[in-house]
Write a protein that binds this ligand. Sequence first.
Ligand code: 5GP
Length: 186
Amino acid sequence: MKQAGKLIVMAGPSAVGKGTLASHIVANFDGFMLSVSATTRSPREGEIDGVSYIFLTEQQFNNRAETGQMLEWATVHGKHSYGTPRGPVEEGLASGLNVILEIDVQGAFQVKESFPEALLVFVKPPSFEELRARLDKRGTESEEDKRIRLETAKTELDQAHQFDFSVINDEVARCAQEVVDLVQTT
Ligand code: 5GP
């Protein structure tokens, strides 16, 4: 029987570059897949339904959560719901793929409860100032939303020690290699 893949949970503050890191791993290393999350927030320009996120109404989201179709879910930044659809993750793992979840800290702890063998990786910015600069550069949030995300980031950074590993996303290729090495050696 084919050996099941590993579940890798990458969490960390908004704009730390988790998405870029996860995409880099999937594009450059064999045997990895990225879980596509569901969310109730509206698509940003350029985001594609089913690829960037599965965009759902609150009713659709709640219905899926209540019927056990979400592996974890959380309200992020006190606003919208985000969750990991269970089916594709379980299928990926069963087919031997390492599945990456790019989710928030609350979701990461929920996953650890149902999948104790999951590898929890906290992605840190090189500094808080650099995080602020990345959020400004992304330019997708209002001043108020940026303020909320930086507030959430402080709380999240305080929880990093509860993760299995922390990595610093100073340079994408280097950091991605570090995550892949962790997956292969643990
Ligand atoms: P954004 O709205 O900027 O795309 O994402 C906001 C935050 O939601 C990110 O920090 C991201 O980690 C988190 N997030 C995205 N997908 C999920 C998910 O499936 N579950 C949870 N718990 N958080 C998620």
